[in-house]
Design a protein around this ligand. Structure first.
Ligand code: NAG
Ligand code: NAG
Ligand code: NAG
Length: 138
């Protein structure tokens, strides 16, 4: 399988008319991985963090953002958790100036506010214990 361990797209904007489609496989011993969308390193509008086991979280997804390099803010946790180590998943992310919609397996869609109100983001990063099989901006 052709797979990236970490992927960073810079200066290739994703806009409100796009959808971001990511197919990946969490490592067998995965603790966590995340998908980040931001204006830049210091301004991440969405961190979607998939936590198998991290701090006190087990099988939990975590949504947050940071502005001007602050700590992670407006942290929202969700215990709906269709991810499994070693099992392929697909995540589809869309957004407009008000919200991000994160669609995860099982047709579950989670909304998270777009705190920056931006309709264009220059940074997309997938990192952590995951192999990325495909990554599309459509
Ligand atoms: C997390 O999910 C895995 C896979 O479904 C399961 O084996 C494990 O027991 C779960 N852990 C907790 C703490 O629920
Ligand atoms: C972040 O930095 C920008 C540019 O310096 C400033 O305009 C804005 O007020 C800051 N926002 C926060 C929440 O600190
Ligand atoms: C942002 O925060 C990180 C980690 O706290 C730090 O390493 C980095 O230097 C900071 N960047 C700026 C521009 O302050």
């Amino acid at each position: 399988i052709f797979a990236f361990l970490q992927l960073t797209l810079k200066d290739m904007p994703v806009t409100a008319t796009n959808q971001l489609k990511i197919t990946g496989i969490p490592k067998l011993n995965a603790k966590r991985f995340s998908i980040n969308i931001g204006l830049g390193e210091e301004n991440i509008a969405l961190q979607f963090d998939v936590r198998f086991e991290f701090h006190n979280d087990r099988n939990t997804t975590v949504f947050s953002y940071k502005q001007n390099n602050s700590t992670w803010t407006n942290v929202v946790k969700d215990e709906h958790f269709p991810f499994e180590q070693g099992e392929e998943f697909k995540v589809i992310i869309t957004f407009d100036k008000d919200e991000f919609l994160v669609k995860i397996p099982g047709n579950y869609v989670k909304s998270y506010p777009n705190h920056f109100g931006a309709e264009k983001f220059m940074l997309v990063r997938v990192q952590g214990d995951v192999r990325i099989k495909s990554f599309n901006i459509e």
